[in-house]
Design a protein around this ligand. Structure first.
Ligand code: SF4
Length: 496
């Protein structure tokens, strides 16, 4: 069957796969990771698949229409997130109009969280998938090809023949055997995408992003993937399978400088993390990698990671205030995070720290406290973002229950330029104050002479870090020159 896997045209370099999708001020462009895995599964099942990542390439709707006219896909799978949902429905409708016999399926975190509401947007969306959709699209393609009833395809919500909306039972989470049997995402990217289109400011360029384990056992209220896509049971690929992919990348994509492991949290299983490092070392692989981690990795694990050439961990610290950490169910303590930073420095691993503002309990005082704490923790790089809430998360429910959202129009989750739009006004802080607080935090963190001096030192001691630091500095300089920044900073004085 001919299947079009479409990350649909929208704003140039809009990252749908990001946990908080937007155009990144730091230039970040994510791979269409989940579409990549599903593409591999479909190809393995014998289908003829095209994976198009329109925002990364700058592919226009007209170009997608041309492709659909010529190639005539029988199944069209369209990725979607909250901020681009209205656009994505229009793209789906356009493609359905062109080829009414094609089956249209929307996938992704937004439609998975709001399946019925999403489907009701248009009769031209034939179905939506709920949760991890690799096996859902595989089973749907088989059912369509063999003309089997859709009621046996798990994990979909669709229009029944009687014009009513039908739900099938959920698709069970994919366990290790199923994950190991999937083609490597890196192979799929190499066949369908341009590796150099993708960029993470904290990762060496060029890079490939892979997933080695899905789901997170923690329950942070704001965190989108475990609540809408991957769930809370942690399922991981075998160490052998992951290191086989490392080896494949080093042989077949020798220009790739870094492997980004985009698991919710790679380090959830200490034993597996150490085994992974051991296997990389035993095979004598020269691969550099970066991962997401929680601030509970111990020194022993970090030392193994360093030996296996892990260079950086992306970690969510969120807030210096223990009450806020408790409110958002972060499951950690301020002191533990401080010890983590001490250990990461001993192990000589870099850390990208994520700080979030606007969570339950946030005030001007806690923002100030978090910024002072960030300076004391001194990660290599830091991001300060206002809380963005998405349907399906506990944070979204908290915000709607308390009437904190200034809009429910999905388009307004973005500014006209495509960057995050803060739509949260809590009892203590307005959206404007949150944005101003984050702008002020970035300036406070990055404009310190000691920070600048240490980055120069890092470029001298670890020259491979220089290109991304220079690129990051240029982006930040542009941001500083933005007149709005100074206006917002002036407003931020009130916050500080
Ligand atoms: S630990 Fe990290 S990945 Fe897991 S729920 Fe919390 S923020 Fe999300």
């Amino acid at each position: 069957m001919k299947i079009l896997m479409l990350n649909p045209p929208f704003l140039f370099r809009f990252s749908r796969t990001s946990r908080s999708p937007a155009i990144s001020k730091g230039g970040c462009v994510y791979y269409p990771i989940w579409m990549g895995y599903a593409t591999g599964v479909l190809e393995k099942a014998g289908h003829d698949v095209k994976l198009i990542d329109a925002p990364a390439r700058g592919t226009t709707l007209e170009e997608v229409i041309e492709l659909a006219k010529e190639w005539k896909p029988q199944l069209i799978v369209v990725d979607s997130v909250t901020a681009s949902f209205n656009n994505d429905v229009k793209v789906t409708e356009t493609l359905k109009d062109l080829n009414p016999n094609a089956f249209t399926l929307m996938v992704g975190t937004h439609v998975g969280a709001l399946p019925e509401l999403s489907l009701r947007q248009s009769k031209k969306i034939d179905a939506v998938a709920r949760g991890e959709y690799d096996f859902i699209v595989r089973d749907l393609a088989e059912a369509l090809e063999k003309k089997k009833p859709l009621e046996n395809v798990l994990g979909i919500t669709y229009w029944g023949e009687d014009g009513k909306i039908k739900f099938t039972p959920n698709m069970p989470p994919i366990e290790q055997d199923g994950l190991d049997a999937m083609p490597f995402a890196s192979e799929v990217y190499n066949r369908h995408l341009k590796i150099r289109d993708y960029f993470y400011p904290s990762v060496l360029y060029p890079e490939v992003t892979i997933i080695t384990g899905r789901g997170c056992k923690f329950r942070c209220t704001f965190c989108k993937w475990p609540q809408t896509l991957t769930g809370h049971s942690y399922r991981a690929r075998s160490v052998k399978n992951v290191v086989d992919e490392f080896e494949w990348i080093s042989k077949n994509l020798p220009y790739v400088k870094d492997i980004m492991i985009e698991d919710d949290t790679l380090t959830q299983d200490k034993q597996r993390t150490i085994e992974l490092c051991r296997e990389v070392i035993n095979r004598g692989l020269k691969v550099t990698w970066t991962c997401n981690a929680r601030a509970d990795v111990d020194l022993e694990t970090m030392q193994w990671m360093k030996k296996a050439d892990c260079r950086l961990m992306c970690v969510g610290f969120e807030s210096a205030d223990q009450t806020i950490l408790n409110n958002i169910k972060k499951g950690t303590r301020v002191e533990k995070i401080e010890q983590f930073m001490v250990d990461s420095k001993k192990a000589n691993l870099l850390v990208h720290g994520c700080f979030m503002m606007g969570n339950h309990g946030e005030t001007k005082e806690t923002i100030k406290k978090t910024v002072e704490w960030a300076k004391k923790l001194e990660p290599d790089t830091a991001q300060f973002f206002p809380l963005m809430v998405y349907p399906g998360t506990e944070a979204f429910k908290w915000a709607t229950d308390n009437n904190y959202l200034s809009t429910k129009k999905w388009d307004e989750w973005l500014t006209p330029e495509g960057t995050h739009n803060t739509i949260l006004n809590t009892e203590h802080l307005s959206a404007k104050e949150l944005v101003a607080g984050c702008d002020w935090a970035r300036k406070e963190f990055y404009m310190r002479p000691s920070y600048i001096f240490n980055r120069f030192k890092l470029m001298v001691t670890q020259p491979r870090e220089a290109p991304r630091l220079i690129m990051g500095a240029k982006t930040f300089a542009k941001y500083l020159l933005d007149i709005n920044f100074w206006k917002k900073s002036a407003a931020a004085k009130q916050v500080s």
